[in-house]
Design a protein around this ligand. Structure first.
Ligand code: NAP
Length: 348
């Protein structure tokens, strides 16, 4: 099969580097363009990134000689899909320009997430949301990922909502520094410390789950109607967002039924055997002190959401812990999986 030509927008950033890593030798995609800001344009990726590559392993050979360009359709002709890891200050207008030029955009930025006919696609959770793409007026379509904190949360909630109904939830996040991009939070602010504020994060965390878990009606996504509250915190962890969550369900169930629901959960990516799909989207750890970022983050190559500590909650019904990899399942990995899904469904 001929590979689909793709570009990475924001290829030098935290999320962009993950795209570069995950798209090496990909079965469906060939990276032909890498884009970033003016400070990076015109330089070979390998040279430019020598001191900026922040993930383990070397910069893959296949990108070393690609010259970085600006994220403009005229500079990246021939690409059919762009993966966007652009800073939100620029992502909105750039992604719109690509869609207008007929290029599909798989975005990690917040800018288009709350537009009613733009899906916040989570391939295992809401593949039916792709139906709204036909109502976007541009020849290229925009698909977004949710905020990285919410990604693992919505995956954990999906089987509970389908089987038992969801009434309300409360969450408290402990978010890794890589979630702020590079250089991100100054080391003097975060070492040996916790910062109980992440600009804009709680608003996103309180709006996106309802849309992600919503239903499609008349070409628009109608958000699910549960109430929720989020406290978001930055903690001195490099990768991996941990969320402590309490939930009230519509149906009375016992812990065995909940754990069974998680263990049995599979989505379309698993049924279709998509290249980036983990065998299990959710793993539940029985040990009383798991999940932990150091031990559990790379479960399923960083694509599995790891849960633990399910127990009764004296205020709501149940409480548990969610761990997900913020730049893999929470960003680049989920975006690649979304792109695999649209290719598999013949949407491009
Ligand atoms: P980052 O490390 O700061 O990277 C930002 C990227 O955008 C860099 O490649 C940068 O290029 C490029 N850029 C910035 N200003 C630009 C401009 N004016 N023109 C063209 N390119 C420009 O940020 P990140 O953490 O990767 O996040 C990228 C996006 O993904 C953000 O919208 C973020 O909210 C979202 N996101 C991040 C995570 C995460 O865990 N980090 C998870 C989910 C979603 P230069 O290097 O040349 O400046």
């Amino acid at each position: 099969m001929k590979k689909v030509k793709v570009g990475i927008l924001g290829a030098t950033g935290s999320v962009g580097q993950r795209f570069v890593e995950l798209l090496e030798n990909h079965k469906l995609f060939e990276v032909v363009a890498l884009c970033a800001s003016e400070r990076s344009v015109g330089q070979k990726y390998g040279e430019l990134m020598k001191s900026r590559w922040k993930i383990s392993g070397d910069i893959p050979e296949y990108v070393k000689d690609i010259v970085v360009t600006s994220p403009t359709p005229s500079e990246t002709q021939g690409v059919q899909i762009v993966f966007s890891g652009l800073d939100a200050s620029i992502a909105g207008e750039v992604e719109t320009a690509y869609a207008q030029a007929g290029v599909h955009v798989i975005s990690n930025s917040k800018n288009h997430r709350m537009v009613p006919n733009v899906p916040i696609l989570s391939a295992e959770v809401n593949p039916e949301h792709l139906d709204v793409l036909q109502y976007q007026k541009t020849p290229g379509k925009i698909i977004t990922n949710s905020n990285c904190t919410i990604m693992g949360v919505t995956i954990s909630l999906k089987p509970l909502m389908d089987l038992f109904g969801l009434e309300s939830l409360f969450l408290f996040s402990m978010q890794a520094v890589s979630g702020a991009g590079y250089p991100g939070v100054p080391s003097m602010d975060i070492m040996g410390n916790i910062v109980p504020f992440i600009g804009g994060e709680e608003d996103k965390a309180e709006m996106e789950p309802q849309k992600c878990l919503g239903r499609v009606e008349n070409g628009q996504i109608v958000p699910a109607d549960f109430k929720m509250s989020a406290h978001c915190n930055r903690v001195p962890i490099f990768d991996g967002h941990t969320v402590c969550l309490s939930v009230k369900l519509k149906k009375k169930v016992d812990s065995k039924e909940i754990i069974e629901a998680w263990k049995n959960f599979r989505g379309e990516p698993q049924k279709l055997g998509l290249p980036s799909a983990p065998a299990n989207p959710i793993v539940y750890r029985e040990e009383q002190d798991r999940p932990q970022p150091r031990l559990d983050l790379m479960t399923g190559n960083g694509m599995t959401v790891v849960l633990g500590r399910l127990r009764p909650d004296p205020i709501l019904d149940w409480k548990y812990v969610v761990l997900s990899h913020n730049t893999v399942r929470g960003a680049a990995g989920a975006a690649v999986l979304n792109a695999e899904l649209i290719v598999n469904k013949g949407l491009i």
